[in-house]
Design a protein around this ligand. Structure first.
Ligand code: AMP
Ligand code: MG
Length: 392
């Protein structure tokens, strides 16, 4: 059995950036990485813009100016100002070539067509110069930049409508188990509603992975084998839930072997989530997560998250960790390192009830995991603990 850090390292080293290119409309490109440099097709701003509501002046060394007109955002006239003349101007409006400074309206007093400045000012104030953000033909965003909302806004401001990006992985989720039925159906004795596939799907969606297919298989060797075979061939990443443990009806391990999936690890020294499998077949990465819902989700955050970041060529492949004071007392049994469901309130962390790997009830309100090393048996109130922040 390997350690948590060994397992994360294996995932990190085996998962390589996908680097398949595609074109996306800009508004759908959030979270993707650019696969080529983008050069500015225009100057930004394209004309001298007023940064304030106020007056554009052709500067002279007196405090009074004559107002000769008005320019609002979107106007395209160019009044010619002589020295000592001003135009009323608004934020975003074009500053005429003959104006050399803009004064805020709060810093003048107006009397009919004359304004008087409260204090002397200098030239070149409150004017956004042409190409101040980026000049035409300059590098606007470099290849490999991740498209954040701000990046989408920036490219949009340059008039760009579509971008070349690296594809995101195609992902399959397979839920295994005879006992699982769909919400909406009547629960017979012995059955439970299937919850892991929607939970994992929603985690993927929240990380902006939308190309996901869902599959269900019974605890049947042939069905497991056939579904896995088909799904592995058609996806970059396969996430299996359940059936990877040591029960007589756990067929996932056997099927993966029969399909010649190369095993990189099986079983990690951790709680929850000991029976965790990671392997590859050709270009497909395969995780088999334990079926217990809380264990499944924790393994997703700790390992599948890392795989996804690596496939996307992202620099940060682990969730952020911080040291925080605990508000709770917690006693751990056994010597396995443990991830504990917790709430971090920006100041301290509270360890929640219901730590069992089968229980989602408190996971549902948790936003962090406390990591408790194997050798530690107790967390006391006010102890500093390691907190992993979840992307919820
Ligand atoms: P397994 O890993 O298949 O042995 O399942 C362990 C536990 O998790 C059992 O109690 C299963 O009923 C439960 N379980 C497995 N898969 C799911 C699922 N997709 N949704 C809800 N519970 C599940
Ligand atoms: Mg099962």
């Amino acid at each position: 059995m390997i350690s948590i850090s060994e397992a994360i390292d294996i995932v990190k080293n085996k998962c390589l950036p996908l680097l398949k290119e595609t074109t996306k409309p800009l508004e759908k490109a959030g979270g993707y990485k650019l696969s080529s440099n983008i050069y500015a097709p225009i100057n930004m701003p394209p004309f001298r813009q007023s940064a304030m509501d106020g007056y554009a002046l052709n500067w002279h060394d007196k405090l009074t100016y004559t107002v000769i007109g008005e320019i609002k955002a979107g106007d395209n006239h160019q009044p010619i100002l002589k020295k000592g003349e001003a135009v009323r101007i608004f934020t975003g409006a074009p500053v005429p070539d003959s104006a050399n400074t803009v004064i805020m309206q709060e810093k003048i007093s107006r009397n009919e067509n004359t304004i008087k400045l409260d204090d002397p000012i200098t030239i070149n104030l409150n004017i956004r110069t042409v190409g101040e953000q980026v000049k035409k033909s300059q590098l606007a965003l470099a290849k490999d930049t991740k498209l954040t909302p701000a990046a989408i806004g920036y490219l949009s401001s340059l008039g760009i409508k579509e971008v070349n990006v690296y594809q995101k992985p195609t992902i399959a989720i397979i839920a295994t188990g005879n006992e699982l039925i769909e919400p909406g159906l009547h629960l017979e004795y012995g059955q439970i509603y299937e919850s892991n596939s929607k939970m994992l799907l929603s985690t993927l969606y929240s990380l902006k992975f939308y190309d996901v297919t869902l599959h269900k298989v019974k605890d049947d060797y042939n069905e497991t084998l056939n579904t896995l075979d088909k799904v592995i061939k058609g996806h970059d990443l396969v996430i299996i839930s359940g059936g990877i443990s040591v029960g007589d009806y756990d067929f996932v391990g056997e099927a993966l072997k029969a399909l010649h999936v190369e095993e990189h690890f099986y079983k990690v020294n951790q709680k929850p989530g000991k029976p965790l499998f990671f392997g590859t077949k050709e270009d497909t990465y395969i995780f088999a997560l334990p079926g217990n819902p809380a264990a499944s989700l924790t393994c997703f955050y700790m390992y599948v998250f890392t795989a996804l970041q690596r496939l996307m060529n992202n620099e940060f492949y682990k969730l952020p960790r911080i040291q925080v004071k605990s508000e709770s007392l917690f006693k751990k049994h056994g010597d396995r390192p443990q991830f504990l469901k917790a709430i971090y309130n920006g100041n301290v962390v509270t360890i929640l009830e219901g730590q069992s790997s089968s229980m989602l009830q408190t996971y549902a309100i948790c936003n962090a995991l406390v990591f408790m090393p194997g050798e530690q048996s107790k967390i006391k109130v006010d102890d500093l603990v390691e907190v992993i922040l979840l992307p919820v």
